[in-house]
Design a protein around this ligand. Structure first.
Ligand code: Z5A
Length: 221
């Protein structure tokens, strides 16, 4: 459990999460936004889920192992256990320090993958969220939306070995996509959907504008 101090909204740092289906380009865009923030002298760290802290990286290896077939409740508990460690040891201290934190996936991925994709009751996910994070939420969530086939093609072109989630069928990936769009529709004040089929520079420019307008960060000195 987190201390009362951590459950309060963090000091001045902004927490920006990147979400979307496989091959949407999250890692690519996080790198570009990190550089833009650094150029504007805004302190920033980039991190990811599952993972981002030593305890959470250990859990990541368990979760992504293609040889292990977790049942969905256990897998969801593992994602939240990893998130609790990541939040307490890395995200919260960075935000308190005033850093901007860019996170490759966060709790919306649990809603989309374990909820919409694998059928776990969203209410169970919200209970775990509350237990782990209280009222804490990202300041901004960028949902990179891409048709399943294009995302899959990008990953094939990249040529890395596939993990447990990448091996799921296309109906699963379609449910994820719809899940992310639903999440965005339900929380428009937090989420922005970005067309991830555009070219890398166009998307980077949309993201910079969005971060500047929504969070008031001066990115264009
Ligand atoms: N998961 C979960 O089930 N529940 C949870 O709560 C959480 C996660 C937090 C982590 O995988 C897995 O855990 C994830 C969900 C699950 N499922 N999977 N698989 P990961 O961290 O290993 O991978 P990922 O988050 O899914 O990322 P990704 O699919 O590997 O890719 P990406 O970061 O979105 O894209 P990228 O690496 O930036 O780009 C992919 C390729 O496309 C690359 O070759 C780029 O050069 C290219 N690219 C990027 N942008 C473009 C554009 N605009 N045009 C053309 N080509 C592009």
């Amino acid at each position: 459990m987190l201390s009362g101090a951590l459950l309060k909204r963090m000091e001045s740092g902004k927490f920006i999460t990147f979400e979307g289906g496989e091959g949407a380009g999250k890692s690519t865009q996080i790198k570009l936004l990190k550089t833009a923030l650094e150029t504007a002298n805004i302190p920033v760290i980039a991190t990811r889920e599952p993972g981002g802290s030593s305890g959470a990286e250990t859990i990541r290896n368990l979760l992504l192992n293609p040889e292990k077939d977790w049942d969905t409740p256990t897998e969801t508990l593992l994602h939240f256990a990893a998130r609790a460690d990541h939040f307490t040891t890395r995200i919260a201290p960075a935000l308190k320090n005033g850093d901007c934190v860019l996170c490759d996936r966060f709790a919306d991925s649990t809603r989309a993958y374990q909820g919409y994709g694998l059928g776990l009751d969203i209410k169970a996910i919200e209970i775990l969220y509350e237990l782990t994070l209280g009222e804490f939420k990202p300041d901004l969530t960028l949902i990179l939306d891409i048709p399943v086939q294009i995302g899959t093609m990008r990953l094939q072109d990249r040529g890395k070995a596939t993990d447990r989630y990448e091996q799921m069928d296309s109906a699963f990936h379609q449910r994820l996509r719809e899940g992310f769009l639903d999440i965005a529709k339900n929380e428009p004040e937090r989420c922005v959907v970005i067309d991830a089929t555009a070219d890398i520079d166009t998307i980077a420019s949309i993201i910079r504008n969005c971060v500047a307008n929504r969070l008031g960060l001066s990115l264009f000195k």
